[in-house]
Design a binder for this molecule. Structure first.
Ligand code: DGT
Ligand code: CA
Length: 362
C-alpha cells in the first residue's frame, strides 16, 4: 500500500488565537507584535490576520511601518504571548494525534501526519479524514487550518500552502508531477532565497526545470547529498517517514492561577495537574528531558523564566516535581506576584537514542 501523508498548518496562528480570545477583533486588522520596549513602536510584527495583510502588513515588518500602513484604520496591535499560543498548539496537536496513525510536530503551528492505515491507502477516505479533522479543530478550538494531503511529506507540505486560509488540497500519486509543474523552485522545502538564487543563476526557476536538470550539474553546484535531495524532491520523490516525536523539541504548559500569588508552594500545587499531564506526554512518547524551565507571568504580562540543565536526562516524575519546586522558589525570590505559571521541558531526547548511546559508550 503506498503512503498517504498530510501536513497541517494553522492559519495566521498567533493572530487567530487573539481573535478566539477576543471575538470582537474578528473582521478588523489584528497585528501581533514583539515590542522591544525601546520606544512605543519599536519592535517587529510577529504575524497579522488576513484583514491586516490586505494592507500589506506581514511577519517581520517593523511595527512602525505596520502602524503607518494601518493609519486611520480601526486596528489592534497586541503584544505576543508565546506561552498562550503554545497552550493552543498543544491541544491542537493532541486532536491531531487522536485522529491519525502518527504525527510529527514540525513547529508551533504545523505538523506532518501519516494516515495510510486509517485511510487504507485510499485518497477519497483521506480527504474525508482531513475534513473531519478540520471540523473537530474548529469545533473544539475555534481555529481554522489548512491541510495538504499527498504521497509524501514534501508534496503534503506544498499542498497545505496551496490554498489558504481554511484550505484542503489533496494530491494523489498520479497527480503529483502535474501539481508540481506549475510551481517556482522556492516552494520546495529547504529551498530558501539563497538556494533559489543559485538555481536561478543556472537558469533553473521552476520545479520542472529542476526536475529535468542533469544531476551532475546539480552536484557541481550543491554537492552530492543536496543535489540528490533536490533531484528527488522536484520529481515528487521523498521517502522520509513521519516520525513520532521527531520534531518535538519541547513540552510545555502554562496555567492561569486562581489568584495572583507570591507563594511558591501555592504555585506548584496549582500547577500539579498540568505537570502530571506534560509528564505523561513525555513518558508516552518515550522521551527524556534534560532542560527544565519555570515560567512566571506577572500582572503587567512580563514573562520571567528560570531554567536548570540536568547532568543526565530523565523521565522521573519525582525529579521533575522537585526541580520545579526549586526553580519557582528561586524565581519568586526575584520577581513579584505571578498571574500565570508554567513549565517547559526542553532538550528532549529519545530513549532509543539514549539506550544506543549508552551501548556505544559502554
Ligand atoms: P499563515 O500560516 O500564512 O496563515 O500565517 P501564520 O501567521 O500562521 O504564519 P506561519 O505559519 O509562517 O507562522 C506561524 C507563527 O509563527 C505565526 O503565527 C507567528 C510566528 N511567526 C512567523 N513569522 C514570524 C516572524 O518573522 N517573527 C516572529 N516573531 N514570529 C513569527
Ligand atoms: Ca501557519
Amino acid at each position: 500500500m503506498s503512503r498517504i501523508v498530510g501536513h497541517l498548518d494553522l492559519d495566521y496562528f498567533y493572530a487567530q488565537v487573539e481573535e478566539v480570545e477576543s471575538p470582537s477583533l474578528k473582521d478588523t486588522p489584528v497585528v501581533v507584535c514583539v515590542f522591544s520596549g525601546r520606544t512605543e513602536v519599536s519592535g517587529v510584527v510577529s504575524t497579522s490576520n488576513y484583514k491586516a495583510r490586505e494592507y500589506g502588513v506581514k511577519s517581520g515588518m517593523p511595527i512602525a511601518l505596520a502602524k503607518r500602513r494601518l493609519s486611520g484604520v480601526q486596528a489592534s496591535f497586541i503584544p505576543m504571548d508565546r506561552g498562550k499560543y503554545e497552550t493552543y498548539s498543544d491541544r491542537v496537536m493532541e486532536i491531531l494525534r487522536g485522529q491519525t496513525d502518527v504525527i510529527e510536530q514540525a513547529g508551533i503551528d504545523e505538523a506532518f501526519f501519516d494516515i495510510t492505515k486509517r485511510a487504507r491507502g485510499d485518497y477519497g477516505a483521506a480527504r474525508a479524514l482531513a475534513l473531519e479533522l478540520k471540523a473537530k479543530i474548529l469545533k473544539e478550538e475555534k481555529l481554522t487550518c489548512s491541510i495538504g494531503i499527498g504521497p509524501n511529506k514534501i508534496v503534503a507540505k506544498i499542498a497545505s500552502d496551496f490554498k489558504k486560509p481554511d484550505g484542503l488540497t489533496v494530491v494523489t500519486n498520479e497527480e503529483t508531477i502535474a501539481f508540481l509543474s506549475s510551481l517556482p523552485t522556492n516552494k520546495i522545502y529547504g529551498i530558501g532565497p539563497k538556494t533559489a538564487k543559485l538555481l536561478a543563476d543556472n537558469a533553473i526557476t521552476t520545479v520542472p526545470d529542476l526536475a529535468g536538470a542533469p544531476i551532475e550539474k546539480l552536484e557541481n553546484i550543491f554537492g552530492k547529498k543536496l543535489a540528490l535531495y533536490l533531484h528527488n524532491a522536484s520529481n515528487g520523490v521523498d521517502d522520509e517517514p513521519v516520525v513520532d516525536g521527531g520534531g518535538i523539541s519541547q513540552l510545555s504548559r502554562i496555567i492561569t492561577l486562581k489568584q495572583d500569588t507570591h507563594d511558591p508552594d501555592r504555585v506548584v500545587t496549582e500547577l500539579l495537574p498540568a505537570l502530571r499531564d506534560v509528564h505523561e506526554k513525555l513518558v508516552s512518547r518515550g522521551l527524556f528531558f534534560k532542560n527544565l524551565s519555570a515560567i512566571g507571568i506577572l500582572k503587567d504580562l512580563s514573562q520571567h523564566t528560570r531554567s536548570t540543565t540536568l547532568e543526565t536526562p530523565t523521565d522521573d516524575y519525582v525529579v521533575l516535581e522537585r526541580e520545579v519546586r526549586e526553580l519557582f522558589s528561586v524565581l519568586l525570590r526575584e520577581v513579584g506576584d505571578l498571574r500565570r505559571a508554567g513549565v517547559r521541558m526542553s532538550e528532549l531526547q529519545d530513549m532509543v537514542d539514549q539506550h544506543s548511546l549508552t551501548e556505544f559508550t559502554s
